[in-house]
Design a protein around this ligand. Structure first.
Ligand SMILES: NC(=O)c1ccc[n+]([C@@H]2O[C@H](COP(=O)([O-])OP(=O)(O)OC[C@H]3O[C@@H](n4cnc5c(N)ncnc54)[C@H](O)[C@@H]3O)[C@@H](O)[C@H]2O)c1
Length: 362
């Protein structure tokens, strides 16, 4: 089996789908690994390290795409990569198809076996390949928010931790899953006032127990959202309905009630965003103002910390990649139910219900 590792081309992307260490494992299991030159450079991995691990370095991206049986990536293929996808090829990467109707059409037309990191399931129903990036995005969301709250960056000038005698900043986190819980941890650690809302009482109970009253937990309903968001200095959107388009949980009307110079970080933007006034931004122009509030909605936040993100991602993908190399794609999918849940497109069909529904295919 030949595994192809292209260089990521999304704006500001720094991650790579394979470390030299994972490369060594794949080669030892019998795979041929093609790595595009400089693919790992922004994550701190030099070409020489891949070569020493047994990879073949390739200068041209199209050679990697056209030769590989399995393309291993980080981000979904972008328009410039659509032509490179080979008929019937397998791609293992984040796909986020609910927010990508054009890409979906291409995958169906080319009968791509699209295995999406974000829907691979653990035995307990969790999403082990989404988790590390969500943890990173959650943690980053607070430092990004703190940065844009600074006056020189157009923010309201609120220091999240305050100082003795002043009111700390109010951080409101909607969604208490992986990204939300890690945002709460960072915000609480900085000394902010933190409110977290979710529909799942077990998630709220866990945070209540962990923080012993230092964090306010609230049921996510329109009344609580409206009152908390109106008082937020920093609002974090962190909701997810697996594989579906994110639900809008905060209306533009509610955003308009926030204080001028407050900040929104909508982590859920990769699934379409959970705040009505949000549209996707990029690492080159990460924010815009709407209703006097700074909006940040970069769909690949972990690229800001490419080294940590690459290590976090690949430690999660390694067992699945190794299984694919050892057994071949078809047998790995047949024998591992959790990996099979990752299949979003196959033989020209959408095979994941929530994606089909979100895109109007069912
Ligand atoms: N922007 C980025 O760079 C980036 C990086 C990683 C993850 N993400 C995205 O972040 C989002 C969250 O991922 P996660 O791993 O934290 O998901 P998760 O499943 O761990 O948590 C989502 C939480 O949202 C809650 N929820 C659902 N509907 C809600 C509602 N109406 N109100 C309040 N809570 C609600 C769920 O109960 C759950 O606790 C996903 O869209 C994921 O793809 C984005």
């Amino acid at each position: 089996m030949t595994i192809g590792v292209p260089k990521e081309i999304k704006i500001g992307e720094t991650r790579v789908s394979m470390t030299p260490s994972l490369c060594r494992r794949c080669v030892s299991l019998g795979a041929k690994v093609l790595v595009e030159k400089f693919a790992g450079l922004r994550a701190g991995f030099a070409d020489a390290e891949y070569r020493a691990a047994g990879a073949t370095l390739v200068a041209a991206a199209d050679k990697v795409w056209r030769t590989a049986d399995v393309i291993l990536k980080v981000k979904e293929p972008l328009a410039a990569e659509y032509d490179l996808l080979g008929e019937g090829q397998t791609i293992f990467t984040y796909l986020h198809l609910a927010a990508g109707p054009e890409l979906t059409k291409v995958l169906l037309k080319k009968r791509i076996l699209g295995i999406a990191y974000e829907t691979v399931e653990g035995a307990d129903g969790s999403f082990p390949l989404l988790k590390p990036m969500s943890q990173i995005a959650g943690r980053l969301s607070i430092q990004i928010g703190a940065y844009f709250l600074q006056s020189q960056h157009g923010g309201s000038g609120v220091l999240l931790g305050g100082i003795p005698g002043t009111m700390p900043g109010h951080v409101v986190v909607v969604g208490a899953g992986n990204s939300g819980a890690h945002a709460v941890q960072m915000a609480a650690g900085m000394g902010a006032r933190v409110t977290v809302l979710d529909l799942d009482t077990r998630k709220l109970e866990a945070l209540d127990t962990e923080y012993r009253g230092r964090v306010v937990t609230l049921m996510s309903n329109p009344a609580n959202i409206e009152s908390e968001v109106a008082d937020a200095d920093l609002l974090i959107g962190a909701v997810l309905i697996p594989a579906a388009k994110a639900p809008i949980v905060v209306s533009s009307k509610t955003v308009a009630r926030m204080r001028p110079g407050s900040v929104i970080v909508d982590i859920a933007i990769d699934q379409g965003g959970c705040i009505e006034s949000v549209h996707p931004t990029s690492h080159t122009t990460p924010t815009y103002q709407a209703h006097g509030v700074i909006h940040y909605a970069v769909p690949n936040m972990p690229a800001l910390v490419g080294r940590t993100s690459t290590l976090g991602l690949t430690q999660a993908t390694e067992p699945y990649v190794a299984m694919i190399v050892q057994k071949g794609v078809e047998r790995a999918l047949a024998e591992h139910k959790g990996l099979a849940k990752g299949v979003n497109t196959k033989d020209g069909q959408i095979t994941y219900d929530a994606v089909a529904k979100a895109l109007g295919y069912s």
